[in-house]
Each structure stands twice: as C-alpha cells, then as structure tokens.
Design a protein around this ligand. Structure first.
Ligand code: ADQ
Length: 837
C-alpha cells in the first residue's frame, strides 16, 4: 500500500508517497483509555500537535502505534476499543489492530516514570542537575520498561514483515520511530534482535526535550548506555542544531566514537548514525481557524492590556521568574497599574511528584502576595488559572493578548510561542521569548529576554507594551510566515524524507550516506598530543579481535600479513617496544604472532616472556589444576553440544558458545554459568565465551603495569608514552597512564577507553600511523638486536648500544609476587615471591 500525503516545502506544495509502514513508539498512546461505570473501555482523544501530525500518517500507511494506555491494569489489556463513530480526532481512523498497548505494572511504572523519567532525565536534560536524583533501582526499572517497549516493537516488526511479504513487498523497510526521553534505551534491544533475526527496518529516535552538554550528561552514572541506546537507531533527531552538536560531542567524548560534525554523523561499531535537526512545528492552520471562529472570552476594561503566560506547571518553564519580572514592571513603571493584567494559565502537571506540588504552593503564595500588594477595587494585576483550558479558549486568549511571555529557563522547543503567533490574526501583539527555549533560536523577530534577568525582563515587557504598531506588524508578519511554512506537517515530512521513506526516485536514500572510512588522519586527532617526538613508545596490544579477527575457532584467528609486517618494522625501531597480551597461553600467542622481538603475555598475563628470554610466571594454587579438569568434564557433559565447546589452555579454560543457535543461547549460557559457579569458579565474560581464571589477584591490567615497570622502571611516565589497544581487561589499570583504544564491533559496551576502534583493520591503521610518526624522528644510533642477556649485563657489554628495555632492574618489584627466570638464571624481587615454570 502506498499513501499520498501532502508535504509543504517552503511555499510549494509537493506530493510525496510514503513508501513504508510507520511504527510509532511513544510512552503514551495517542489517545487515553478510560473505563466507564460498567467497566467498559473507551477512547478519550488527545489533542497535541504531535498526534495531529503523526496519527493520520500511521492511519493511512497501515502502520502501528505502540504505547502505554494510561490505565493501570492487573493483566495486559486484551483488546483496545475501536473509536467512537462520532470521534473527529486525528486518531479516529486508527483501528484497534493498529494499536499495541504496553503493559507496565503500577509499581514499576512509578519507578520508571516518576522516579527515572521525571526525577532524573527531565531535570538533567534541562541542565538542572541539582534537581536530578540518580538511583540505581529507578534506572533498573527504566531499563526493564524500555525492554518491554522493545519487545512489543519487535512483535510489531515481525507482524509488519509478514504483511509486507504477503504483499510481495520484499524490499520495503518498515520505519520505527521512537519518541522522547522515556524511551532512550529501547532501541538497544530492538537493534540487537533485528540483527539476530535479520528483520528489515529503519530505526529513528526523536527527542522532544533539550540534549544537554557533555558537562551535564557525564553526571549520569549510566550515560554511556543512554548514548548507545540512541545510537542503536539509524537517525537521531533533535529540535535544533545545538542539541545535535551536544549529542555528537558526548558520543565523541564519552564513547570515543568517530564523529563528523560538519555532516552530523556518528560512527558506532561500523554503523553510521545520522544526527538531524528537525524543529517541530504546530498545526498552524488549525490554530488560525480556531482564532477566527472562537468568540471573545476575556472581558477587559477600555485600554486594558493582557500579558499572557501559558504553560504546564513545571519548574523548567520559569514561572516564578516571570511573575517576579511582572512585579518589577509594576514597581518600575507604575503607569501600567490598572492598565495591564498578567493572565497566567498553568496546567497541572506531574502532581504526584513532590517538587511539582512545592512549585504549586510557591506560585499560589507569590500570586497572592503580588495581588495583595497591587490590587485595586476594580483591578487585580494577576489572573491565575490553575487548570487546563480548551483549545478554543486557548486560541481566543492567544488572539486577544497584547503580549505573550514565553520565558522558560530551558525548553526543548516550546509550542506556546508558535501557537501565539498563529493566533495573531487581528492587531498584532508582541512575543517575548527566552533564548533558552529551542524556539528562541529560530523566532528571531521576538523580543528575546534572559528570564534570570528580572529587571531587564521588566524593561522588555515595558518596551513590548509600548511598541508601535508598524514594528509589531513587521515582526509578527515574519514570525507567522515562518511558522506557517514550517508547521507540524512540514516536520513530519522532513522526518519521513530524512528516513528515505518518501518516494522520491531522484534522490538517493539519505541514510545511505556513510562516514568516510577511518584513515591515518583520524589518528592525528587521537594520538598527536600523546605520541610526541621525544619519548619512547610502548605499544600494548591484545591479539584476538585486536590484531586478528574473531573467528569461530581460535586456530583460525590469523593475523593479516600486513599487520605482521608493520609490527615487525615497529619492533625494529629503537624507540618502540611492543607487548602482546592475550587470553591464549604463552606458547600459542607467540606462535600466532610469530615475531621474535616482542614481549608476550599469555593466559591474561599470568605468564610473561620478554624478547631476551626473561620469563615471569605468576604462581597458581596447586589444587586449581584438578578443579579445572573437573570443570572441563562437567561442561563437556552438560552443555558441550549444539556448537558449544570447551577450550582448556594451560591455566585457563574457555567455554565457547559463538556457534550455538541464537534462540538456545541464553539457556546454554545460563546453564554453563551455573556449572562454573557450582565448581567454585567465577564465570568471566569474554567474546561469545565464558572463561575460568585462576583464583589469583592478577589480571591483564596488573600484567601491563608489570611489563611497563620491567621495561622502564618505576618512574617511566616522563620518558615513555603508552598506547593500549584491546578489550576492557586492562583499561582500568591503564586509565590516565596510556592512550587507550577499545577494539570491539559490538554497539553496546561499557568502556573506560579514550577511543573505540571497530576491529583489526582499524588497529592496523593505527599501527601505520604510529610507524609514520616514528619515522619522522631523526635517525639514532642503530640499535642492537633485542636483548639476549640481562640488560645490565648488556649495557656493560656494549656501551654504544641503544638500550631501551629493562632499564633499571632495581626499580622493579613493587608489591607484586613475581619470579623471573632469565635464561636459566633466576632473579627474585620482593620477599614473598614463589617460583614457577
Ligand atoms: P511541553 O513541555 O509540554 O512539551 P510545550 O512545547 O510548550 O511544552 O507544549 C505545551 C502544549 O500544551 C501546547 O500545545 C499548549 O497549547 C498546551 N498547553 C499548555 N498549557 C495549557 C493549558 N493550561 N491548557 C491547555 N493546554 C495547554 C515538550 C517539550 C517542549 C516541546 C514539545 C514538543 O518540553 O519543549 O516543544 O514537547 O516537542
């Protein structure tokens, strides 16, 4: 089915065809369900601009809408009532089979909605971190609810795919459009399952509130999960470019993603995500019609003027500041007493949240105080309505007000400013607008005022009240023109166009634009400040997934020849040391890399072999080997089937499940973890595998520090630069010490790394950059082949040799239990060492 909708582009009317079913996912359904006295369900329409614009498209393209019904029920709702035959709302044509109601238990909803959405994200994203509460249990509830939304969306996608197949529309890709801060991580699960099940779809997200700067965003303890959740989409939309740039900045700084600020692209795990400013509009023509057809509600004295404020009662809307500015106006310019009235309409909002109840009390007191201070027998300065008004009344208030005060402290866009100008069909009034609303950056002809500057705000209101007609006309004409052009349909169509979901054969799918491939230049940005022209360089590299691609069997993970050659050349440079660290056993990793002049750390650093033959082995309890053999036996017997297998490599054991069927995987992993635990082992997660490690306080991080201290002594930080690329195991130990690259193609990883690289190809580019950089250095004395004797010995032997390894043995040691076996000679550092081969 192809649907024609009208798309207004500037002043031209352009016809586009929607080419795909649209699946909208929002916290609330586009109508509210209510139960009558007999317990029967019926729909109560919602009138917001979003619903007005989006619902007709969903109706026409046979799409779906997923959301919470607004009802708390014991069991999931079994059916959604059809709309009333008299229903004229935009959602009237939405059949019940096009609606999926998400069930959220009441307690869970409280933690999710009041706790996390409104207690954490609302203040944080509005840059009011002092009001934000960070609680692990509300965040957990948030993730669970998002997963529930995701699984309902996946059902919708499967249903949609089947319908498309039945219609033989095999190329058509359903578009999933997720809305707002309640659903920031739903796409994580959707993307994962879509890829596993090979479901075709395009995923989009739109945020209706501001996106904060990195400084604010980083306060949230799980900020990386939020960013990755949004990046699981193909397109992420915000109202204005500033929010886009904030988001891109966070992706770069927090996730270490490669970004292209000019073209607004972010790369995560090899996928390009498009970031787009899509400023929302209002149903302009509908507001004009309402303004034209609604009678006057306000009874005003001769020459009395109304200043209007319309908001949800929310601390972001700057209501208290606004009332104080109005008080200041009356103090500073008493000529307005008895001539000007502030009509403030505040719709109750989130009344079960304490801060919102407190704000109501504060407003009540403030309005009471100012009215008490200035009121006359026939005039009160503030008319304060605490409650909703109908759209007709609203349009009449907009039309009949001389000034609109839209002064939020922070606001994603703000529709009130736009609705006000739409309704200015008679003698035009003046819009006063905060620069901290998204609308503030676009409605240039408004009078812009900082709501925190109470005195200036009073001056601006005074100026607005005295503004000559010709100036008001000029300003309002342009404001109205823009809002008419960029109305809510324009927004809807811009969205569809940006998803390549309109039939416009002349243009390529906008989502097909990819980020330019990673090049050496990217590493200028990553490493230029780190790798200088003087210091030595230590490269510490993981093997599997970093130097060699991940494969179904470890024996197949062969390092590309080109990588080997670069490593070889680098290892011959006098200022470069290379250590390879791996979960493989020492002999195996050395064999796989096949270069002599490197340090190798096998079994996650339990065994370390330096190029001169110096070897360190961390001791392992004697009984461990026997326990490990038992674990191998149990795993092979219980879960060693369906593609899963056990690799026993020296002191480590790895249970591989990469080849298991996806639908059985969770169960196999669960059972394997139980077996690990029963046998007394902690199951460690690896690449599609679970590992058992010896019960020693030694890991890749400590092994890295040990290698560095062995090579350079304890005070190397001034003389050596370290670059680490690999998995997370060593990241913490090296944070602040090294420039770290997390190498992983998975889109959802927690990392402390400075940057992310997708896989071995990217690591090869990094190595080439290092080679190029090191080649710029002026030639030094030729270095002798790698140490074959102890360093001191060697230095004594050949004073001309440029020695860089094992500098000051006296520095080695610290508090590690370590044993060195140097070509048969044994050197012991620290008293509590145990030897091992
Ligand atoms: P809101 O925070 O709800 O929306 P806003 O954009 O101002 O803020 O929209 C409020 C809507 O409610 C308007 O359509 C207005 O007409 C209506 N309204 C307000 N007070 C009312 C009253 N007392 N009675 C009846 N109706 C009333 C979020 C973001 C915004 C963003 C929108 C859309 O916070 O920044 O502009 O989404 O993306």
């Amino acid at each position: 089915m192809e649907t024609t909708i009208l798309c207004t582009e500037q002043s031209d009317m352009v016809q586009h065809h929607i080419t795909a079913p649209l699946i909208v996912v929002s916290n609330r359904l586009p109508f509210v369900l209510q139960r009558n006295k007999d317990g029967e369900l019926s729909r109560k329409p919602s009138a917001g601009g979003l619903v007005t614009a989006v619902a007709p498209v969903v109706v026409d393209c046979g799409g779906l809408w997923i959301g919470w019904s607004g009802l708390h029920t014991e069991e999931p709702l079994e059916f959604i009532p059809e709309s009333d035959p008299d229903d004229k709302a935009p959602t009237a044509g939405l059949l019940s089979k096009q609606v999926i109601a998400v069930h959220i238990p009441e307690r869970e909803f409280d933690d999710f909605y009041n706790g996390c959405c409104n207690g954490t994200f609302w203040p944080l994203f509005h840059s009011m971190p002092d009001r934000a509460v960070f609680k692990a249990h509300t965040w957990d509830a948030y993730c669970r609810v998002n997963k529930e939304f995701a699984s309902r969306t996946l059902e919708a996608l499967r249903k949609s795919a089947k319908e498309l197949d039945d219609q033989e529309r095999f190329e058509t890709c359903p578009v999933v459009w997720i809305h707002d801060y309640q659903l920031l991580v739903a796409a994580t699960t959707i993307r994962q399952v879509v890829e596993e099940e090979k479901l075709r779809c395009k995923l989009a997200f739109f945020l209706h509130i501001p996106f904060p700067s990195w400084d604010i965003m980083r306060l949230f303890p799980w900020d990386d999960e939020i960013l990755q959740g949004m990046l699981a989409c193909d397109m992420v939309g915000f109202h204005i470019e500033d929010y886009c740039l904030n988001f891109i900045d966070c992706c770069s700084r927090r996730l270490g993603c490669r970004v292209d600020r000019n073209n607004m692209l972010v790369e995560l795990a090899g996928r390009t995500v498009h970031i787009k400013a899509l400023p929302i509009g209002i149903p302009f023509d509908r507001f004009v019609q309402l303004a034209e057809n609604t009678p006057r509600f306000l009874k005003l004295a001769e020459s009395e003027k109304i200043i209007l404020g319309v908001d949800r009662l929310d601390y972001t809307k700057g209501l208290v500041h606004r009332i104080l500015a109005f008080e200041r106006l009356l103090e500073k310019y008493p000529e307005h007493v008895e001539k000007v009235t502030l009509l403030q309409i505040s719709v109750p909002s989130r009344t079960d949240v304490r801060e919102y109840r407190q704000l109501k009390e504060e407003m009540d007191q403030l309005v009471g105080r100012i009215n008490g201070r200035f009121s006359m027998p026939n005039w009160s300065p503030i008319r304060y309505i605490y409650g909703g008004v109908t759209q007709e009344q609203l349009a009449a208030f907009y039309r009949d007000s001389a000034v609109a005060l839209v002064t939020p402290l922070r606001d994603g866009m703000n529709l009130v400013a736009k609705e006000y100008v739409a309704c200015q069909i008679k003698e035009p009034g003046v819009l006063i607008l905060s620069p901290f609303a998204g609308a503030g950056g676009m409605m240039h002809e408004a009078l812009v005022v900082n709501p925190y500057e109470i005195d200036k705000a009073a001056d601006t209101i005074h100026r607005a009240l005295h503004m000559p007609l010709d100036e008001r006309e000029v300003r309002m004409k342009q404001l109205r023109h823009r809002e008419q052009q960029m109305d809510v349909n324009y927004w809807m169509n811009s969205f569809l166009a940006s998803m390549g979901a309109v039939n416009n054969s002349d243009e390529a799918d906008p989502l097909s634009t990819k980020m330019t491939p990673l090049t050496l230049d990217d590493f200028d940005q990553y490493l230029n400040n780190h790798v200088d022209t003087i210091c030595k360089l230590s490269l510490i590299l993981d093997y599997d997934g970093t130097l060699a691609p991940l494969t179904s069997h470890p024996d197949l993970a062969i390092m590309p020849e080109e990588t080997k050659r670069v490593l070889e050349r680098l290892s011959n440079m006098p200022d470069v040391n290379i250590a390879i660290i791996s979960g493989r056993n020492l002999e195996n990793v050395k064999k796989m890399v096949g270069l002599d002049q490197l340090t190798y750390a096998g079994s996650h650093g339990i065994e370390i072999l330096h190029p001169d033959g110096t070897k360190f082995v961390h001791p392992v309890p004697f009984e461990y080997a026997e326990k490990l053999r038992e674990l191998v036996h149990d795993l092979e017997k219980e879960v060693g089937h369906s593609g899963a297998w056990v690799e026993h490599k020296g002191v480590l054991l790895t249970f591989h499940y990469r080849e298991t069927p996806p639908q059985q995987r969770d169960e196999i992993v669960r059972r394997a973890c139980n077996i690990f635990q029963k046998a007394g082992f902690e199951p460690h997660e690896a690449h599609m595998a679970i590992e058992a490690k010896p019960p020693v306080k030694w890991d890749q991080g400590r092994a890295c520090i040990h290698i560095l201290r062995t090579m350079y002594g304890a005070d190397w930080s001034e003389r050596v630069r370290i670059v680490y690329a690999g998995n997370e195991a060593a990241m913490q130990a090296l944070s602040g010490i090294a420039c770290t690259f997390r190498v992983d193609s998975s889109p959802t990883v927690r990392t402390g790394a400075n940057f992310r690289l997708e896989g071995p190809d990217a690591v090869l580019t990094m190595l080439k950059w290092v080679e190029k950089q090191m080649n710029k250095r002026s030639p030094r004395l030729t270095r002798s082949p790698r140490l074959s004797r102890s360093p001191k010995h060697q230095r004594k032997q050949n004073m001309l040799d440029y020695s860089l390894s094992f500098e000051d043995e006296e520095d080695i040691g610290g508090n590690t239990s370590s044993t060195f076996l140097t070509n048969g000679r044994q050197k012991r550092y620290n008293s509590n060492c145990r030897s091992s081969n």
